[in-house]
Design a protein around this ligand. Sequence first.
Ligand SMILES: Cc1ncc(COP(=O)(O)O)c(C=O)c1O
Length: 387
Amino acid sequence: MTDLFVSDRINAVVESKSVQLAGVIAELRAKGESIISFNVGEPDFETPEVVIKATQEALSQGLTRYALVPGEPFLRQGIADKLKRDQGINAKMENICVSNGSKQVLYSIFQVICNPGDEVIVPIPYWVSFPESIRLAGANPVFVESESGELNMEGIEKAINSKTRAIIINSPNNPSGRVFSKEQKEKLVKICREKNLYLVSDEAYETLIYGDEPFSGPAGVADQNLERTLIVQSFSKSYCMTGFRLGYVAGPTTFIKALNKLQSHLCGNTPVFVQKGAAAALENEKEIVTHMRQTFRKRSELAYELSKEIFPHTPKPEGAFYLFPKIQEELIAKYGSDENLALHILKEAKVAILPGSFFGQPGFLRICFSTNEENIEKGFKAIKECL
Ligand SMILES: Cc1ncc(COP(=O)(O)O)c(C=O)c1O
């Protein structure tokens, strides 16, 4: 039989490694193994009742038809109001395009802003979909190293050249759990203004920050009129709506107009009943988020203390639900690599964690504490015993 053909473009892309690992874990579970998941970046809370209700009502009212490409006015206005209220951003409906999750809109963003051969600066460690979304646009990710997850501003500046189109950041960060400083965000906006670049700011973990300062992304800090910044946001994490597949981008109207052209051919629209659920999430944000943040803050403290006992170079998480310890020399010498160590922990301790190399930073581990305290204690105990 002749080999079926797939494009070079898709051959150049690697499947999400965390999704791959989820397959291995599912196989182990199917064999009856009980695995503690420190790998899945998904809140373990139920989707809020108000969201479910609003979605069901919308379905009962027959809101099941094709709809506007960038999203219905009620949701885009709700998002604009939220951006003003939380970050002082002067967004109008025309600055917003609602998408089928933030993953989907990240893909579209690079299709819209990059020509083949262009470059996008990606600080290490990065979320796994960033480089692949850039590659799918025929552009090249240019990685900027960091010692252990901090933002390397000097490296970013050095990486800019005439092919650079954008810098992408994610704060609170997956996988490092870091929150970048106000000064760093200000500086990034300044650089992007000077060099005529887009600043793509993935703010998926906005509501999960553990310090006293309220969240503000680069637009909130220094680009309130959205001249440079493309805010990428998701309903998945903050409102426990991973399966609803809803996100959005807020940015300059010229960019949004161009994006809408692509979205009209790519996905048409997001379901209106899902948008109704999302609008209810925004209206009830305070109640939804307050309890979840408190719970995650407590978990972050417990997980941090337990991780330090095993991996002394564990930075304290400032946001999101991840720890990102640097593996000590002795363990690297014993197991050879972060990937081998993660596999050993999976097989022996029955705890699933991800190696830092999945996120561009070998020698680290990403440990997700999106599970209850009992599981966190059990998981770290098992890891300790297997090393
Ligand atoms: C940084 C970051 N952005 C976006 C997403 C995905 O969001 P969505 O479910 O809206 O595609 C994730 C999920 O892990 C993430 O970690």
